[in-house]
Design a protein around this ligand. Structure first.
Ligand code: 3HC
Ligand code: NAI
Length: 715
């Protein structure tokens, strides 16, 4: 029976003697200031209401609570603070029950852990993913979790940021019991009420996580687990700030009384909150969610996507096929001849065989996915495909011939996509009678693993076609970024320029090994020359040859990479490139012969080598990247700076905690970046031309972030 109700971000009403507090703050019930205030108020009021015997916390909609409101980080705090609300919940004299469905993450799980009892529905996913935002659980999570599930399990949860299923959470001891029900708020409410009634019938009173002692009873073992986690962090999470703080907070949970532990946690949380890494990671979180906010999706709906065609079964075609099969869609693969088709099919099967071997999928899953793959050597087999992705050789004539064939066989309304890395999508579209149906879908290698998908919009591409490309990305769980047509689109175009800056430094005196080390030190998993060796030097070589005729003669051309390619040194696959890969090794070692070739080239170019510090290398590398990114924005190739950030974070290994090149540029200051470029321009004005956009922003005291806001605010 309901006898009172208030509208708000969290509203309370009575069901007999149970006060139901519903968190109702779409889309994910994040704990904004309003929610915290209403929640605190309701808990407080319940204490003095004689008709209330127990309190039930439930989320409206699809989730319990997705955590603190991430948009509030970095802004002046508004009371009540979440840790205080959690303490107030835990201190309640009447039993508090949390029923979990959908996301119970971060501060959301911390609210649940402050409650006295927890029941979860099958849809629940529980986790403390703060580490992904450069934070630690700051509302008692570092203190209550180890008390409930032990130090090792708590550290694993907090350092990985992983989500636990309801079942796993019960097994771990984070949740008391499971209940049946769908993934909506009404089902959660029904399950929560039933469990609360059961508890009341049993005479259950408050049971506080702060008083749980069993899991940390063996202090020596818990401290050893914390020490092991500390070593793991130092070794594998290099460069990250918050993981070590998480370990420190758990150590406090083991060694300090609860209230003191909470104070330690608070101090550590505030340090993380203030760190530039938190700002970078939060930026990355929102940037990834902005990329789908594009004009075409407001104007058009996607077409159906039931069957996908892939032309070419090479490295990319096979990877794309796997990605589509993984999403549950059937694939028709077309190759030039039977032998090539067999190789293509073999590449797909090889990926699945490896997954079976690693225990990631079962043999049945492998067979089921492969059964959705059909192959042909005739284009006619594509006549039923809703979307066809071309991944043949990077050669305009070959692509034009393929698109003429696709135009002939594709059904009306089928979307035709090219996976070209650099070529002109408008020209490719001109081989068809319906350029409105043509777009670029630029996958990254390995296509079944890399998240980035550049969606290249041509001059005539229709909004419906664009919307269909984004829909494909959704189905494949890719991160789509809208790009305009130019040589290399967003990512490869910018990469070509900062790689050129690296090559110039190499000729001027830095070794490729120095450059790679400096770039790794910045936070990349590998440097540009390790990357080139991995991708295969022949790809860049072919592009350089293609561009030779149109190359700007004023631009310096560093020939060292060509010298290696002329020797057939294409990298890992040939056993040597910039590095040596003895006996098929995957990690290369520096090669004295490469250094000798570089010396020779320096002499030929008349360069007297000079030293570069790591900082010199990093500043030039980043300045070239930022400047070209500004050009890409200025020309409308990317819609907003944060889209450029997403491209580099999800496709090129830019360290996520630095937020991407545009966010990084803002964090060091655009005036400094511009000053660097102007100083380099003194030695090479043709290469180091400041982008007009960079000049405009720096000289008016603005930053890239100001353009993000403009791109996203409603027209
Ligand atoms: N705060 C503010 N907004 C949030 C949010 C949060 N915690 N979580 C999600 N949102 C927003 C998203 O930005 C998005 O907004 P938009 O529609 O304007 O773009 C909207 O909610 C929907 O989010 P998704 O597109 O991500 O929806 P999904 O259904 O794919 O995923 C989710 C839902 C699993 C909850 C996912 O959004 C997620 O992982 N959220 C973050 C969870 C998290 O990191 N929580 C910890 C926060 S830090 C914390 O709690 C500190 C505490 O310890 C003190
Ligand atoms: P690849 O050489 O491994 O494969 C190309 C395949 O296309 C071969 O199997 C070949 O038999 C087939 N093919 C050629 N002509 C054909 C035709 N007329 N009909 C049917 N099949 C035909 O090349 P890769 O690396 O897979 O590249 C393919 C495309 O993807 C290129 O445009 C490339 O620029 C692009 N790309 C490549 C990336 C990479 O890292 N390799 C990354 C992103 C895009």
């Amino acid at each position: 029976m309901t006898d009172s109700s208030t509208a708000g971000a969290a509203h309370a009403r009575r069901e007999d003697d149970i006060l139901v507090i519903t968190l109702d703050h779409p889309p994910v019930n994040a704990l904004s200031a309003d929610v915290r205030r209403d929640l605190a108020h309701a808990i407080d009021a319940a204490q003095s209401d004689p008709q209330v015997r127990a309190i039930l916390l439930v989320g409206a909609g699809k989730n319990f609570i997705a955590g603190a409101d991430i948009r509030e980080f970095g802004k002046p705090p508004k009371p009540p603070a979440l840790p205080d609300v959690c303490n107030q919940i835990e201190a309640s004299a009447k039993p508090v029950v949390a029923v979990l469905h959908g996301a119970a993450l971060g501060g959301g799980l911390e609210v649940a852990l402050a409650a006295h009892y927890r029941v979860a529905l099958p849809s629940a996913k529980l986790g403390l993913p703060e580490v992904n935002l450069g934070l630690l659980p700051g509302a008692g999570g570092t203190q209550r979790t180890p008390r409930l599930i032990g130090a090792a399990a708590a550290l694993d949860l907090m350092l990985s940021g992983k989500h636990l299923s309801a079942n796993a959470a019960v097994k771990a001891g984070l949740v008391d019991t499971l209940a049946d029900g769908e993934g909506d708020g009404d089902s959660a409410l029904a399950a929560g009420l039933a469990y609360t009634r059961q508890l009341l019938a049993q005479g259950a009173g408050p049971r506080r996580s702060r008083d749980a002692t069993a899991a940390l009873a063996d202090k020596a073992t818990a401290l050893a687990q914390a020490a092991a986690a500390g070593e793991h962090v130092a070794k594998t999470l290099r460069g990250l700030y918050s993981p070590a703080k998480i370990v420190e907070a758990v150590r406090a949970a083991i060694e300090q009384p609860f209230d003191e532990g909470l104070r330690t946690e608070r101090a550590l949380f505030l340090q993380c909150l203030d760190s530039p890494q938190r700002a970078g990671l939060v930026h990355a979180f929102f940037a990834e969610r902005e990329t789908t906010k594009i004009p075409e999706l407001k104007a058009a709906r996607p077409r159906r996507l039931d069957t996908i065609g892939v032309v070419g079964g090479g490295t990319m075609g096979a990877g794309i096929a796997v990605s589509v099969l993984d999403a549950g869609l059937p694939v028709v693969m077309v190759e030039q001849d039977d032998a090539a088709l067999e190789r293509g099919r073999g590449r797909v099967a090889q990926v699945y065989d490896l997954l079976v071997k690693k225990g990631r999928i079962t043999q049945e899953e492998r067979d089921a996915r492969l059964s959705r793959l059909t192959g042909a050597t005739s284009y006619d087999a594509l006549d039923n495909a809703d979307l066809i992705i071309e991944a043949v050789f990077e050669d305009m004539d070959v692509k034009l011939a393929v698109f003429a064939q696709l135009d002939r066989v594709a059904k009306p309304g089928a979307v035709l996509a090219t996976n070209t890395s650099y070529l002109d999508v408008n020209r490719i579209a001109s081989a068809t009678r319906g350029p409105a149906d043509v777009l670029g879908l630029h996958f990254f290698s390995p296509a079944n693993i890399m998240k980035l998908l550049e969606i290249v919009v041509g001059e005539h591409t229709s909004p419906e076609t664009v919307a269909t490309g984004f829909e494909l990305a959704r189905k494949l769980r890719k991160t789509p970024v809208r790009a305009g047509v130019c040589d290399g689109f967003i990512g490869n175009r910018i990469l070509a320029v900062h790689r050129q800056a690296a090559d110039m430094m190499m000729e001027d005196g830095a070794s490729p090994y120095d450059i790679d080390a400096a770039v790794r030190e910045f936070g990349y998993p590998m440097g540009p020359y390790q990357m080139a060796d991995l991708a295969g030097g022949d790809i860049g070589w072919a592009t350089r040859k293609r561009r030779a005729a149109t190359r700007d003669p004023a631009l310096r051309y560093v020939q060292i990479p060509d010298r290696l390619c002329e020797r057939g040194w294409f990298g890992q696959k040939t056993g040597r490139g910039f590095y040596l890969y003895a006996d098929g090794a995957r990690v290369g070692t520096p090669d004295p012969e490469v250094l000798a070739i570089i010396d020779e080239e320096r002499r030929r170019a008349g360069v007297t080598p000079r030293p570069f510090t790591q900082e010199d290398i990093q500043r030039r590398y980043l300045a070239a990247m930022i400047n070209e990114a500004a050009n890409v924005l200025h020309q409308g190739i990317a819609l907003r700076p944060s889209d450029v950030d997403v491209v580099f974070l999800s496709g090129y290994g830019f360290p996520r905690y630095r937020g991407g090149p545009m966010h990084y540029a803002d964090s060091v200051g655009l005036d400094r970046v511009l000053a660097d470029i102007r100083s380099y321009a003194k030695e090479d004005p043709a290469f180091w031309k400041p982008s007009p956009l960079l000049v405009q922003l720096a000289e008016s005291g603005r930053n890239f972030a100001s353009l993000n806001q403009a791109a996203t605010s409603p027209a």
